[in-house]
Write a protein that binds this ligand. Structure first.
Ligand SMILES: NC(=O)c1ccc[n+]([C@@H]2O[C@H](COP(=O)([O-])OP(=O)(O)OC[C@H]3O[C@@H](n4cnc5c(N)ncnc54)[C@H](OP(=O)(O)O)[C@@H]3O)[C@@H](O)[C@H]2O)c1
Length: 336
């Protein structure tokens, strides 16, 4: 089968087309035909060996010191089940699934344990539409629902609202009943305004920077990596929460300082993909409360171009690579 290997850290050109044997599932595993795989900011950083700030040593230790430990990268995917191990009960051949593996999704087929981060694709959506959902939407769900515990009527600020996490955070905050202020550059307006944000008037607003903010927030989710609690402290209620996905030395200091003084608190979250939070976001997709936002789709042999697009263009939507086209006649919905 076709796959793409990353023999060294570096620019998109380090990705190499290779041939690999089709994997065989263990008794508790599924063999999945990968129809689509996402290229995310996380993939971009991993390929480039870019582990910023406080994660520099930990990143190399976990993912490989001199070169990536896993030859075939790619983590967020969608496809259909081609074979099940003898002990598998949750899935059947033909089921349409999406989820995350630790590595190896830049390949036509993968194996995954049935207890891993997998969920059924909502019937009306394609594999390409959901491939990136385990990244941005699950992270946004974890940060807003679990870490910040956003409640109805609260005022939520999403900084970097046009990004991979931000564009789903806006939708999830609205679904949770919050009033949303999105901070984003004008180039993201075409993505954000159709979500129900307005440049002026209306409950949900898009602004360019904090100088335009009129009333304090209950929650600031900052995905831009360019600000800290102190930048937002004047714009947070005394009970407010500043949530960031970026681990930095400054964050560690802020976490410590928050224990010593009253006022807004700082929180770090890990967007860990589990079967449970995948099901939660799949329900949002199924009910229409959240929509996939795709910017660019590439064929599998254009994986290098897909990485280029993500790295240089930073498009206002997900970058998805179609790996194996769905075979004609394959059932669309999972079997009961
Ligand atoms: N902790 C976790 O589990 C976890 C999970 C996933 C991701 N992450 C990390 O979270 C971060 C965000 O990920 P992502 O995929 O959302 O990244 P992304 O797609 O690059 O989005 C970041 C957004 O921030 C915007 N931005 C940067 N500086 C800004 C500023 N001064 N004002 C307004 N907007 C600004 C960017 O705008 P432009 O596009 O206009 O430049 C971009 O839209 C990354 O560092 C990623 O590694 C952590």
């Amino acid at each position: 089968m076709r796959a793409f290997a990353t023999p060294s850290y570096g620019p998109p050109e380090v990705l190499r087309a290779v041939e690999r044997p089709v994997p065989t599932p263990a008794p508790d595993e599924l063999r999945i035909v990968v129809e689509a795989v996402a290229v995310t900011r996380g993939d971009d950083r991993l390929r480039g060996g870019e582990f910023p700030g406080a994660t520099a040593l930990l990143g190399r230790a976990l993912f490989g010191v001199a070169r990536p430990r896993a030859a075939v990268q790619g983590t967020m995917f969608a496809g259909h089940v081609a074979e099940v191990g003898l002990d598998v009960t949750r899935f059947a051949v033909g089921d349409r699934v999406f989820g995350e593996v630790a590595h190896g999704a830049y390949a036509e087929q993968i194996v995954a344990s049935e207890t891993s981060a997998l969920a059924h694709i909502p019937p009306h959506l394609t594999a390409a539409q959901v491939a990136a959902i385990p990244y941005g939407a699950v992270s946004a769900w974890v940060f807003l629902h679990d870490v910040a515990a956003v409640e109805a009527e609260q005022h939520v600020l999403v900084v970097g609202a046009g990004g991979g996490i931000g564009r789903y955070a806006v939708q999830i905050a609205m679904h949770l009943g919050a009033r949303v202020t999105a901070v984003a550059r004008p180039r993201h307006d075409a993505t954000l305004l159709p979500l129900g944000l307005a440049e002026s008037g209306g409950p949900h607003q898009v602004i360019r920077d904090r100088s335009a903010l009129r009333d304090p927030a209950d929650v600031v989710l900052d995905t831009s990596g360019s600000s800290h609690l102190n930048d937002w402290r004047p714009h947070l209620k005394p009970t407010g929460r500043f949530v960031t996905p970026d681990l930095s030395g400054r964050l560690l200091v802020d976490l410590l300082l928050c224990r010593l003084r009253s006022g807004p608190t700082v929180h770090f979250g890990m967007g860990l993909v589990t079967a449970e939070n995948l099901s939660a976001v799949a329900t949002l997709l199924e009910t229409g409360a959240m929509k996939p936002i795709i910017a660019q789709q590439f064929a599998f042999d254009k994986l290098v171009e897909a990485h280029h697009c993500l790295h240089h263009d930073r498009p206002s939507g997900d970058v998805v690579v179609e790996v194996v086209p769905r075979p004609a006649g394959q059932p669309q919905a999972r079997s009961a």
